[in-house]
Design a protein around this ligand. Structure first.
Ligand SMILES: C[S@@+](CC[C@H](N)C(=O)[O-])C[C@H]1O[C@@H](n2cnc3c(N)ncnc32)[C@H](O)[C@@H]1O
Length: 209
């Protein structure tokens, strides 16, 4: 199967991810020649979305650790996976990774592996320095930290996109060719307010946004 026809899952869980809303979002997607995600995050829609024909995609997020992870999975997948040969799901390992993350001196591949392992092991999938090791009391065994079965597909899919690391306004202005943009908006549901991605077709972005 070709990369633009692949449906896969995001490599990491991400706060505010839209996986559970995909069934509502996907029917709203109009035909498009360019696909731009300005707040990429976990990329639930991009990884799930398939196209019969290749469509240029631009994936942007302001978080440079997250963007480094995607670039490394895209271009250095095998070296990335090798970083986990001796890594365990453990509180000690997690605390060690936190120390290494702030002490610096890591290569981009090591940084990506460090970030990935911290997100997978932290409470609520957060990589902030104040975050702590997370293990549910209901979990009998440690969750599978390093499930790389889908990484071949994830890497192939990322190779179809341009990955940007900027503010959404800059990227929207740069790629304003009348494409399909995804922007977060607030929708008020009956019971609670939820943030979803609104698909806007052919919007024009002003540089003053
Ligand atoms: C809720 S997440 C996006 C969720 C994503 N659509 C998904 O399904 O997983 C929001 C993302 O926007 C990014 N972000 C926040 N402010 C931004 C800005 N000014 N420009 C670009 N990205 C930004 C954050 O780093 C975060 O990853």
């Amino acid at each position: 199967m070709l990369p633009h026809q692949i449906q896969t899952k995001p490599p990491i869980p991400w706060l505010g991810g839209k996986r559970r809303l995909l069934k509502h979002i996907k029917p709203l997607i109009p035909e498009h020649q360019l696909y731009v995600e300005l707040f990429f995050g976990g990329g639930a829609l991009f990884f799930d979305k398939t196209n019969p024909k290749p469509v240029p995609a631009v994936l942007n997020d302001i978080d440079s650790e997250l963007v480094n992870l995607y670039r490394v999975i895209c271009h250095h997948k095998d070296e990335f996976v090798r970083q986990f040969d001796h890594m365990l799901y453990s509180r000690e390992m997690y605390n060690q990774l936190k120390v290494e993350a702030v002490s610096g001196g890591l290569t981009d591949i090591q940084r990506a592996a460090n970030f990935y392992a911290r997100v997978r092991q932290s409470f609520a999938a957060r990589a902030d320095s104040g975050q702590s090791f997370g293990l549910s009391r209901k979990t009998i065994r440690a969750p599978r930290l390093f499930n790389f079965a889908q990484f071949e597909q994830i890497s192939a899919k990322l190779k179809t996109a341009i990955i940007e690391n900027g503010s959404w306004q800059d990227v929207a202005y740069r790629y304003d060719w009348g494409g399909l943009f995804s922007l977060p908006i607030r929708l008020i549901g009956k019971r609670k307010a939820i943030k979803v991605i609104l698909i806007l077709s052919n919007i024009k972005i002003s540089p003053n946004l």
